[in-house]
Design a protein around this ligand. Structure first.
Ligand SMILES: O=P(O)(O)OC[C@H]1O[C@@H](O)[C@@H](O)[C@@H](O)[C@@H]1O
Length: 532
């Protein structure tokens, strides 16, 4: 985060040479054959420094690395002054330089300083009925975290409460959600750091109209609308009482905000005690990141291995593959977490980078992905590093855990198949003599496709907190190495500005001015065919 070009570091140059000379020889099958201790060397059990019961295993042995390569990757992190920038973040220095802000989501997990009260339960609606539904209206960081965590921790949910999340400006999203709600028993949580986001404010206004159509009296809004924001003025202008505003601060980035008041829907849904456990789990990982030597520092290891593929192997993407249905939003969440943080082509010093920065993050819950895109992961022409994530124990051990054993057999098998593949010789043997050459070739798995495996005992609030913080710090580390500011999001602005201009031109064809012929043609076609 010094803002220097990573390609200028001596260790970067060394890594490039190492790649050029060695990559053809980095074959997982051989690396495992040469060293029977490879697994124990390249795996680490995380034990939460504040709670020995929160653990998981990170196996990074199925990566195209040797000890000297890993050592050089860690030297790269040192040359980029990772430790200094990490300490600056924890000390509250303004490492978000473009916005001149501190980056202190880690302070929210130091929850002695932070309390939010449980808002539901005793909370009654305007007719005196208890609240049984919450609707979080927010987008981006004010939506994805609450959605991912409430899904992830559903087994801890209070069963008498339903949570909905509305984000898209598409009227279908709010309309379909409101169909499921009773105005007398619904609490709307308007989540927006800035309270100016067009989608959120428009959805909130439509929710308020829907509510008032039933409740009639504006005074009842106070019982059914709360706000999570940094912008008191805009919240009160909307008509939400200041007393119903849960504040937070500009040093909490949107995509790092589930730990703040933005987590209210999570706290209501799983209860405050469980929310606190989530924070504690993240705090444990913060401590690990802050205090563990880089050689054993799990987010750092994941980050530097990611840099190896991204910048030297030319991998374009990174897949997140949780073998846990509860984590089906995990990849969506880190799509924003990673891509909005590290999708930048300019360093903090303002230079255009001459290397790749953030990878494209994608994924789906296993085993669904296997029946969809794994064909390409196994036999396509692209190298796709992947993280396989699973719990040893399921919250739903139905059929004597038969489902879970099958799920986990797939979780173990896929990384094995990716790494070791199937040779032509093996295929030939299997098919016997008469098989065509084309058929033989089509059944070969080249292997040597790398992955990490993360295995934890059971999905608990504390474990999920640790896992989220693990990835946050991985993203931070990579941002430091690439010299970019991981904490602004200038790239989302241009489209917003253009949309605002176009919105004012949608009435009639003669209003459409100042665009290229493609954009003009598209808007004209829309104007011809709309029925409103
Ligand atoms: O929480 P608010 O202010 O509504 O922002 C919601 C989202 O807006 C987007 O444009 C991004 O910048 C995200 O980082 C942010 O989380």
């Amino acid at each position: 985060m010094s803002g220097r070009l990573a390609s200028e570091y001596s260790t970067w140059k060394k890594l490039q040479q190492t790649y050029d000379v060695q990559h053809a020889r980095l074959i997982l099958k051989d690396l495992f054959a040469q060293d029977p201790n490879r697994f124990s060397k390249f795996s680490e059990e995380y034990v939460d420094p504040t709670d020995k019961n929160t653990t998981f295993l990170l196996d990074y042995s199925k990566h195209l690395i040797t000890q000297p390569i890993l050592d050089t990757l860690l030297s790269l992190a040192r040359e980029a002054e990772l430790e200094t920038y990490r300490d600056k973040m924890f000390a509250g220095e303004h490492i978000n330089t473009s916005e001149d802000r501190a980056v202190l989501h880690v302070a929210l997990r130091n929850f002695d300083d932070f309390k939010i009260q449980e808002a539901c339960g005793s909370w009654k609606g305007y007719t005196g009925k208890t609240i049984n539904t919450i609707v979080n209206i927010g987008i981006g960081g004010s939506d994805l975290g609450p959605v991912m965590v409430t899904e992830g921790l559903k087994p801890y949910a209070k069963r008498d409460l339903t949570a909905h999340f509305v984000s898209n400006i598409d009227g279908t999203h709010i309309a379909e959600t409101l169909r499921l709600c009773d105005p007398e028993r619904t609490l709307f949580i308007i989540a927006s750091k800035t309270f100016t986001t067009q989608e959120t404010i428009t959805n909130a206004e439509s929710a308020r109209d829907w509510f008032l159509a039933a409740a009639k009296d504006k005074a009842h809004v106070a019982k059914h609308f709360v706000a999570l924001s940094t912008n008191t003025k805009a919240v009160t202008a909307f008509g939400i009482d200041k007393a119903n505003m849960f504040a937070f601060w500009d040093w909490v980035g949107g995509r790092y905000s589930l730990w703040s008041a933005i987590g209210l829907s999570i706290a209501i849904y799983i209860g405050y005690d469980n929310f606190e456990q989530l924070l504690k789990g993240a705090h444990g990982m913060d401590k690990h990141f802050k205090e563990t030597p880089l050689e054993k520092n799990l987010p750092v290891l994941m980050a530097v291995i990611g840099v190896w593929y991204n910048d030297f192997y030319g991998s374009q993407t990174h897949a997140l593959l949780p073998y846990d249905q509860y984590l089906h939003k995990f990849a969506d969440y880190f799509q924003q977490g990673d891509m909005e943080s590290n999708g930048k082509f300019v360093t903090k010093g303002g230079q255009r980078v001459n290397y790749q920065t953030g990878p494209i993050i994608w994924g789906a819950a296993g085993t669904n992905g296997q029946h969809s895109f794994y064909q390409l992961v196994h036999q396509g022409t692209k190298l796709i590093p992947a993280d396989f994530i699973a719990p040893a124990t399921s919250h739903n051990p139905i059929a004597n855990s038969k489902h879970h054993r099958i799920l986990l057999s797939n979780y173990f098998a896929q990384p094995e198949a990716l790494a070791f593949g199937k040779t032509e010789e093996e295929v030939r043997k299997e098919l016997g003599n008469g098989a065509s050459e084309a058929l033989v070739k089509s059944k070969v798995f080249e292997g040597n496709r790398p992955s990490s495996s993360i295995l934890f005992p059971l999905m608990t609030p504390r474990t999920l907190g640790a896992l989220i913080a693990l990835y946050e710090h991985k993203i931070f580390t990579q941002g430091v190495i690439w010299g970019i500011n991981s904490f602004d999001q200038m790239g989302v602005e241009l489209g917003k500005v253009l949309a605002k201009n176009i919105l004012s031109q949608l009435n009639q064809p003669s209003d459409v001015t100042g665009h290229d012929s493609s954009t003009t043609g598209l808007i004209h076609y829309y104007q011809k065919h709309r029925k409103e």
